[in-house]
Design a protein around this ligand. Structure first.
Ligand SMILES: [Zn+2]
Ligand SMILES: [Zn+2]
Length: 365
């Protein structure tokens, strides 16, 4: 690989267009690491947060963490994927959005996604070698501590690409809040996480799935993913939303609520809409300053459980692929990537993604 180069889109400053630059491919693949040729990336909401300056990342960097690719080189000792399948050059793969050390306090206590030495793809400064650590590029270097998964042939590129962010996080959400068969669930936000959650809740046997959003097109899509009651926050007051949920749950309120819209002002609504003893998972408040205006008295008197999650455990990506293998034909997963651009048109792709017309916009290299 010595002498070969990779194009990559560099984000260096808020308000400045991304620039295509070239980097040398690494001379050496470290033990446990890998080099992949990127097939496709999708633009996640968190990439747009960074581009718009709503969250701070070390700059300059190559954005993009929802990625799939093919293996070009494997470092010593990296032989198997997360499900125990043998890895080889040319395999079509996805991988965890992060690399963890495996030894620190959090790695040893079941939270490798919060590793003290965490490296996250699309969130790491590109100044230092191996430089190529984001999806908007021709190649990506996978650090040791990344869990790779072979993608089953039946799953298309468009369906597989966002699985290592949104679907894996959604699976973590359902597991963390312990959604049970026969329960009622309120999902706040019909972005990709919310749409995934609808399908996951339906397959988990939820009795009723409510979803809120401000975009009718997203709510219409949620309906096709199996949501029973779609509530448009543009048309309804917070009190009306709560009373509709109560009306559908025998007056008690929902058993479970999951926030995945990233807007802190919806939190009081879920606190109101949950039944006594209800459980609330806050999974979308990834930007600093997401202050909450809730009456703590309600948490106490209603016996509420409130939890947070951020990203996911590597096992959740394996579960995501299994879920897609089984259900991607049953739900409109194939419609989620609305438009695909070449890497050379990355700025047009970002503009399209920002318009919100499509759940995801893709970048192909
Ligand atoms: Zn993401
Ligand atoms: Zn660690």
């Amino acid at each position: 690989m010595t002498g070969e180069k990779s194009k990559a889109a560099i984000f260096s400053e808020v308000g400045k267009a991304l620039e295509i630059r070239e980097f040398n491919l690494p001379d050496k693949i470290e033990k446990g690491a890998a080099l992949c040729k990127v097939t496709m990336s999708t633009i996640c909401g968190s990439d747009l947060h960074t581009i718009n300056g709503r969250r701070n990342e070390p700059l300059p960097l190559i954005l993009g963490h929802e990625i799939i690719g093919t293996i070009v080189a494997l470092g010593e000792g990296l032989e198997y994927d997360g499900l125990g399948n043998k890895l080889a050059i040319g395999d079509r793969v996805t991988w965890t959005i992060m690399a963890s050390c495996g030894n620190c306090y959090y790695c040893r206590n079941g939270l490798p996604q919060k590793c003290e030495k965490l490296a996250k793809y699309g969130h790491t400064c590109s100044t230092q070698p191996p430089h190529l650590t984001g999806g908007y590029a021709e190649y990506i270097y996978l650090f040791s501590g990344t869990v790779i998964y072979k993608i089953p042939e039946s799953i298309s590129d468009e369906i597989a690409t966002p699985a290592n962010c949104a679907l894996s996080t959604s699976i973590n959400a359902v597991e963390t809040i312990g959604l049970q068969e026969g329960e009622t669930v309120l999902i706040q936000g019909a972005g990709l996480l919310g749409l995934n959650l609808v399908a996951l809740a339906v397959e988990a046997g939820a009795k009723k799935v409510f979803i809120t959003d401000v975009m009718q097109s997203r709510l219409d899509l949620a309906k096709r993913f199996g949501a029973h009651v779609c509530l448009n926050l543009k048309d309804l007051s917070p009190d009306e939303v709560v009373s509709q949920i109560r009306a559908h749950t025998g007056g008690y309120g929902a058993d479970v609520a999951i926030e995945v819209c990233g807007v802190s002002k919806v939190v009081p609504q879920a606190v109101q809409a949950l039944r006594i003893g209800g459980r609330y998972l806050v999974a979308g408040l990834v930007t600093p300053g997401s202050n909450l205006d809730i009456d703590g008295n309600q948490l106490t008197r209603k016996y509420l459980t409130v939890k947070g999650i951020h990203n996911y455990h590597p096992k959740h990506l394996g579960m995501a692929l299994k879920f897609l293998e089984k259900y991607s034909g049953k739900y409109p997963f194939g419609e989620l990537v609305g438009k695909v651009f070449p890497l050379s048109q990355i700025n047009e792709a970002i503009k399209e993604a920002s318009s919100g017309e499509f759940v995801r916009v893709g970048v192909r290299t």
